[in-house]
Design a protein around this ligand. Structure first.
Ligand code: HEM
Length: 141
């Protein structure tokens, strides 16, 4: 149950498991690396690691979470314990504009016409809807 019962946040169904079947660990890691490289140049870059190498490492960790929610094995939990994403984001001050900037980075990668990470067209909109809804849970400022 959300602690702020005056503004209930949406329950968010997990992304389509077809995403993992199509992209596997390798493709989802490439996806997260592309997003993190953008985050590193975005208006919220100060929240993220500085060097490309550090960004790639952070992206690899995040990818483990996305592998799990997209239908793959629970690699993130195995290594780091319960995901508790809201709690893991508490050390950052995330306001509505930070969420917008975060989503913009995802949008650039997912809807890039050249589709450099090969994200399956048929799952794009559903995955985007997931990000839009779940990211509301991370706003804490
Ligand atoms: C609302 C906008 C969001 C902002 C501004 C934000 C920001 C951050 C920052 C600054 C970090 C730490 C850097 C790192 O190690 O990656 C982080 C970690 C992470 N974020 Fe977010 N995030 C947002 C939403 C989300 C959402 C919606 C998800 C999942 C769908 C997510 C998944 C993760 C994961 C898996 C990690 C790594 C956790 C860990 O290191 O233990 N984030 N996020």
């Amino acid at each position: 149950m959300n602690e702020n019962s005056r503004s209930p946040l949406p329950r968010v169904p997990l992304p389509d498991p077809g995403i993992y079947l199509a992209l596997k660990e390798e493709g989802l890691t490439r996806l997260l690396k592309a997003v993190y490289r953008r985050l590193g140049k975005s208006p919220i870059r100060d929240m993220f690691p500085k060097t490309d190498q550090e960004l790639d490492l952070a992206a690899e960790k995040s990818a483990l979470f996305f592998i799990g929610i997209c239908g793959g094995p629970p690699l993130f939990e195995r290594l780091y314990g319960p995901p508790q994403m809201r709690a893991r984001h508490q050390r950052f001050s995330i306001h509505a504009r930070a969420r917008e900037a975060w989503l913009d980075c995802w949008k650039e990668v997912l809807f890039d016409e050249s589709n450099p990470v090969g994200f399956p067209e048929e799952f794009r909109q559903g995955f985007w809807d997931y990000l839009e809804a779940f990211s509301l849970w991370m706003v804490n400022a």
